[in-house]
Design a protein around this ligand. Structure first.
Ligand SMILES: CCCCCCCC/C=C\CCCCCCCC(=O)NCC(=O)O
Length: 587
């Protein structure tokens, strides 16, 4: 009798606890669902307002200029346009309105713009009243910036609905510097969600399309810049790069993009997902149709005002001597990093670039990338040293971009099951994919402690030293390298999920902190596709199969080559890029 009363009480307590837990759980789920619904409504309104604003602007501008007047402006490159504006041939306002019209028509096709920067009109008008335009090296040049650049009274959401209407109180340093040089920041461009994938969009602003094939991706994370500049809607834009986000979309969209050495350009006032990384450092950089514009941009913005506004930027003006030196360079070349085998079109592009640079008088020597797998382990371990905590935190209550989901799922996977997971991944890939299993185990690893992180940083410094020891060759030191910007060319968005397989060629130079840029060299031919039919990659695993499938329908799409120099030799990298562009010609 006594026992049964006790067990009755126990049951009641258990039931009450279960009830309370279920009720608590339900309240949490419902409240998250409500928050998410409110965010979605806000996002829809934000998008609709912006589209309406673009439509109204287009209507207002429709009769301002003739087609011929616009074509004349759109036909000039950045250097020519600045010079024409300085000579008073076109007013900054006319240039701005022409580029607004063109950019809005681009975004109708590719969804590359997230916002119009309205204050640009007043800025162009003010410039128009200036009596000495020659003092402004970027006089009247409309410049696009990635959505994450802070601009006064505008939001910078990095594709997060919760950041809508969180307005910046001031312009970021780069925008202040651009304005001081006479440039007119005129639109913000789309990006992948939290800038953490090579995909093109986010649930807030949607996906962006490749201007050369609308059903394909332009790459990311600076997807909007790639699509806008590739579509002719901007002459100069600025992106960010932590793993390849400037160079990858440049490669896929057939434009030029440059990632400088970290701490040459100011990041102050930009919004990003993970502040505080040391060896996986974000860099900003210019993107344009030609290398001359990248040079114009770098030469102008490396100015006293930037060094004054951000005292942590190394006060190194543009090194004209290094850029202008004409001595033949010793340039290493490689077509394959031994980890992600490039498709034939990409390998052919590097070999073409080699020939072109030889014709320009440079000495090209074969080069082998040392131990990419080690660089990959270090990159991943440092990038997710917090076990993905910060990523998970900022994505709470958000809709997550489908391309990002597999990565986030892995970050949530219980570590105790991680070993089993890698085993299963291996099994699923027919025992053939140690690298996919490794990728999995690197991502499910939870927060690393401080000694582990310090160790990783120390090992990264060791890797860097070893890497550059391979630049010392028997016949003399290498000045630069050329190689693929990625194993792939543009393809359907769904093939761009497995970041590791896509990033190895660009992320390496983030880890090494090298200046690196991409120059378009050729287009995919039918012969490339015929050769691709025999492609198996190095591992014959799911990533290799994906690389092949992604590129199967890519005839006519652009293919770039990456140029790399040692840290702080940014001007030399630009020189190699310019030499390459001069000998290849503009595509
Ligand atoms: C040899 C190095 C290989 C490294 C491969 C790393 C794979 C990392 C996997 C996931 C990392 C997620 C970070 C991806 C960043 C992608 C793009 C980028 O640059 N975004 C940042 C930005 O826009 O600033």
């Amino acid at each position: 009798m006594l026992i049964s009363t006790e067990s009755k009480n126990c049951n009641i307590i258990l039931l009450t606890l279960c009830g309370l837990t279920t009720a608590y759980g339900t309240v949490i789920v419902l409240s998250n669902w409500r928050k998410n619904r409110q965010l979605r409504k806000k996002a829809l309104k934000r998008r609709e307002n912006e589209q309406l604003c673009m439509q109204q602007l287009l209507e207002q501008l429709a009769n301002n200029y003739t087609k011929e007047e616009q074509a004349e402006i759109l036909g000039l490159n950045a250097v020519e346009l600045v010079s024409a504006a300085q000579q008073g041939k076109f007013s900054p306002l006319k240039i701005l309105e022409t580029y607004w019209t063109k950019a809005i028509s681009c975004t109708k096709a590719t969804n590359c713009i997230t916002s119009v920067i309205k204050v640009a009109k007043a800025e162009a008008q003010e410039l128009g009243a200036c009596t000495d335009p020659s003092q402004f090296p970027l006089f009247g040049l409309p410049v696009s910036v990635k959505e994450c650049y802070g601009i006064k009274d505008m939001d910078a959401t990095i594709g997060l609905m919760s950041e809508i209407n969180n307005l910046d109180l001031d312009d970021c340093v780069l925008v202040k510097v651009l304005k001081s040089l006479g440039a007119v920041p005129f639109v913000k461009t789309n990006l992948s969600q939290i800038t953490f994938s090579l995909a093109s969009g986010n649930p807030l602003f949607g996906d962006t399309s490749n201007p050369h094939r609308l059903e394909f991706t332009p790459g990311g994370s600076s997807s909007g810049e790639g699509a806008l500049i590739g579509g002719g809607g901007s002459l100069l834009g600025f992106g960010t790069d932590t793993g390849g986000s400037i160079r990858f979309p440049s490669h896929l969209c057939g434009i030029c993009g440059f990632k400088p050495t970290c701490n040459r350009l100011s990041l102050a006032g930009l919004h990003g997902p993970i502040p505080g990384h040391v060896n996986i450092a974000t860099t900003i950089g210019p993107m344009a149709r030609d290398v001359d514009t990248l040079v114009l941009a770098m030469r102008s913005i490396l100015c006293p005002l930037m060094f004054e506004l951000d005292p942590y930027i190394v006060p190194m003006p543009f090194d004209e001597k290094l850029f202008g030196c004409t001595k033949p360079l010793r340039i290493g070349y490689y077509v394959d990093d031994g980890f992600n085998k490039p498709v034939p079109a990409v390998q052919r592009a590097v070999m073409m670039a080699k020939k072109h640079l030889e014709t320009s008088g440079h000495i090209l020597v074969p080069y082998k990338i040392p131990n990419v797998e080690r660089a990959w382990e270090l990159f991943m371990s440092l990038c997710f040293a917090d076990g993905g905590k910060r990523c998970k935190e900022i994505l709470k209550n958000e809709d997550i971009d489908p391309v990002l989901v597999p990565l986030i799922q892995k970050l949530y996977f219980p570590k105790c099951l991680g070993k089993l997971g890698s085993f299963l991944v291996n099994l699923r890939n027919c025992w053939k994919s140690p690298r996919i299993a490794k990728d999995f185990s690197l991502l499910v690893e939870k927060e690393r402690n401080i000694s582990t992180v310090w160790n990783l940083e120390a090992q990264t410094f060791e890797y860097k030293a070893k890497f550059f020891s391979t630049w010392v060759q028997p016949e003399g030191n290498l000045d630069a390298l050329i190689g693929p910007p990625s194993a792939m060319v543009a393809g359907p968005q769904k093939h761009f999920e497995d970041t590791t397989a896509i990033l190895s060629y660009t992320a390496l130079y983030v880890l090494l902190n090298c200046p690196a840029g991409c120059v378009p060299v050729t287009k995919v031919t039918q012969d490339d596709i015929d050769a691709l039919k025999n492609y198996e990659g190095h591992f014959g695993d799911a990533w290799d199969k994906n690389t092949k499938d992604a590129c199967m329908d890519s005839v006519g799409l652009p293919v770039g080559v990456q140029c790399i120099t040692k840290p702080w030799k940014d001007e030399l990298c630009l020189r190699v890029m310019l030499d390459l562009q001069k000998s290849v010609g503009l595509l």
